[in-house]
Write a protein that binds this ligand. Structure first.
Ligand SMILES: CC(C)(COP(=O)(O)OP(=O)(O)OC[C@H]1O[C@@H](n2cnc3c(N)ncnc32)[C@H](O)[C@@H]1OP(=O)(O)O)[C@@H](O)C(=O)NCCC(=O)NCCS
Length: 176
């Protein structure tokens, strides 16, 4: 899993370390870690981990979908799409109402996610371009569940929230 994520993100440290941290992190919902295999090799990996929604009536236990990575040699064959589908089903089966992520609105927008700000959710960071902050509403979602999405400590400790590159931020924000 570490290798696939390192290759997918072209990042030998930050993302694999996030995976390790999330797998060991405490939380109301145990982390979900799913792999896609081909000929007994791991070619894709996705994680769901416990985060919170700071809603007016009470805190809501939600999940973050991150990271999602597919081995570069196996991209564009539907692996990412299948991992997202399986992840959302696993979250729904657990009765989790909402799954949040940061990512391409073009990619995730056709795979169960929609723009979170348009649904009444507030981003946890000003460094997340608005179109990239997305949510999937699952079966147990109820309309009162609005508020601020709060990442778990592992995301902050590994500096994996939002974008630090102003040019990349501007490019994604322009996808409005
Ligand atoms: C993004 C990623 C998970 C997609 O996995 P995949 O198995 O290649 O995706 P699928 O085969 O299910 O879907 C392919 C489609 O996604 C599109 N796509 C892939 N990466 C994309 C991206 N970053 N932004 C927008 N679209 C993207 C492709 O153009 C393709 O579209 P097409 O079918 O119209 O040609 C994979 O490319 C990857 O691991 N990328 C590097 C890590 C990463 O960016 N992860 C997501 C972080 S939010």
């Amino acid at each position: 899993m570490r290798r696939v994520q390192a290759l997918a993100f072209d990042d030998p440290e930050q993302v694999p370390e996030l995976v390790d941290a999330l797998r060991g992190a405490p939380g109301a919902n145990a982390p979900i870690s799913l792999v896609a295999t081909r000929h007994d090799q791991v070619v894709g990996h996705v994680m769901l981990s416990a985060c919170r929604l700071d809603s007016q009536p009470r805190l809501v236990d939600v999940l973050s979908l991150s990271p999602l990575g597919v081995h570069p040699d196996h991209q564009r064959h539907g692996v990412g799409t299948q991992l997202i589908k399986a992840a959302l089903k696993a979250a729904d089966d657990r009765g989790v109402p909402l799954v949040f992520l940061e990512g391409s609105p073009t990619y995730y927008g056709t795979r169960g996610f929609q723009r979170a700000s348009a649904c009444g959710f507030r981003s946890p960071s000003l460094r997340i371009p608005d179109p990239a902050f997305q949510v999937a509403k699952l079966s147990s979602y109820e309309p009162w569940m609005t508020g601020t999405f709060v990442y778990s400590e592992s995301f902050w400790a590994n500096d994996c929230v939002g974008l630090r590159d102003p040019e990349l931020f501007a490019r994604i924000a322009a996808q409005d």
